[in-house]
Design a protein around this ligand. Structure first.
Ligand code: PMV
Length: 321
């Protein structure tokens, strides 16, 4: 039986979340935590299974984008299949299996990674090796149908890998071959990005001059961090991570649990630690020297988080055959 597996990485925002909404720069990176998607033939429908879903979903082959009957759990996958099939003008039933270690709804770009890997697996299943800009574009189209107005960051990082610097919709690859060891700490506390973004907007309306100065300081941190990422100065990066976290605390987007995990990681020897993404729950990360990875992971676990030892990665989407 013909089958093709492709994989794509998760992401974290290293610096600049929230201020990025107001036109300041931010930096995000692909991390070594991947979603694997396998495409194989099916008899007369789309058969979707995932290690993260409790059952197999059979979706009619006649499904279209306007169809309201697609179960929400598999909508992104089904749309990624349809977008790819339309682009290639190949329409056959397919079986798609997702094997992903990326926690969902935690700000790690899980759905973009699954979309990117699905586009790559489906196109290669039909014998077509799409270039990366096209994979990213098709994954973005699928994401737009599901999420409305995503920024385009997640699909870009997941496709190309590495680190990116972005500002006002302009995305620039950071030219660095350095890879950094990280421990992510998941609080397992769910949060909604739009609620946290609204909270910051409300604070900015009450105290515009104060909040704008904080955004501007975060912008400075991002620009310095970009230089230190290229030079590989991890001590300086650690300081910048800590200051960025403090500024996010100051605008009210942390959470007691996030602060506890940050302090636990620092006490265990991390060079820097901060919340990542929207805040209010979700994940934090720590920049850690390789020899301290397991000590920091243990500290995060003892503080009540779920640790994931990982690293930044230059690998974007990959075809495994
Ligand atoms: O954790 P995420 O992927 O939802 O990140 C949100 C980042 C914000 O800057 C808070 C919002 C945004 O659109 O950039």
């Amino acid at each position: 039986m013909k089958q093709i597996t492709a994989s794509a990485p998760a992401k974290i925002i290293l610096f600049g979340e929230h201020s990025v909404v107001y036109g300041y720069p931010a930096i995000a990176t692909a991390i070594n935590l991947r979603a694997y998607v396998t495409a194989s033939p099916a008899s007369n429908e789309f058969r979707i299974s995932s290690t993260q879903l409790p059952k197999i979903y059979n979706v009619p082959f006649s499904t279209s984008f306007s169809d309201n009957n697609v179960p929400p759990q598999v909508k992104p996958i089904v749309y990624a299949i349809l977008v790819t099939q339309d682009y290639l003008d190949k329409h056959t039933p397919l079986s798609i299996h997702v094997d992903s270690k990326i926690p969902m709804g935690a700000g790690l770009g899980s759905s973009a990674a699954v979309n990117v890997a699905t586009v790559a697996a489906v196109s290669n299943y039909y014998g077509v090796s799409l270039d990366k800009p096209t994979i990213s574009k098709l994954a973005f189209e699928a994401e737009k149908i599901v999420h409305g107005t995503p920024s385009g960051i997640d699909n870009t990082i997941s496709t190309f890998g590495g680190l990116i610097y972005y500002q006002k919709g302009k995305i620039e690859q950071i030219n660095s071959t350095n890879e950094f060891s990280l421990v992510i700490g998941n609080t397992l506390i769910s949060r909604q990005t739009k609620v946290l973004v609204a909270k910051v907007r409300a604070l900015k309306e009450i105290l515009p001059s104060v909040v704008v100065k904080i955004f501007s300081s975060i912008g400075d941190i991002v620009n310095l961090a970009k230089e230190e990422i290229v030079s590989g100065n991890i001590e300086k990066l650690g300081h910048l991570i800590n200051i960025n976290h403090g500024l996010l605390e100051s605008i009210g987007v942390s959470h007691r649990k996030l602060s506890e995990l940050v302090h636990a990681a620092l006490s265990a020897g991390a060079l820097g630690a901060k919340l990542t993404g929207a805040g209010g729950g979700g994940c934090m990360f720590a920049l850690v020297k390789k020899e301290n990875l397991s000590t920091v992971a243990t500290a995060i676990k003892q503080a009540g988080g779920v640790p994931i030892i990982t690293s930044t990665t230059l690998d974007g989407v990959l075809i495994h055959g």
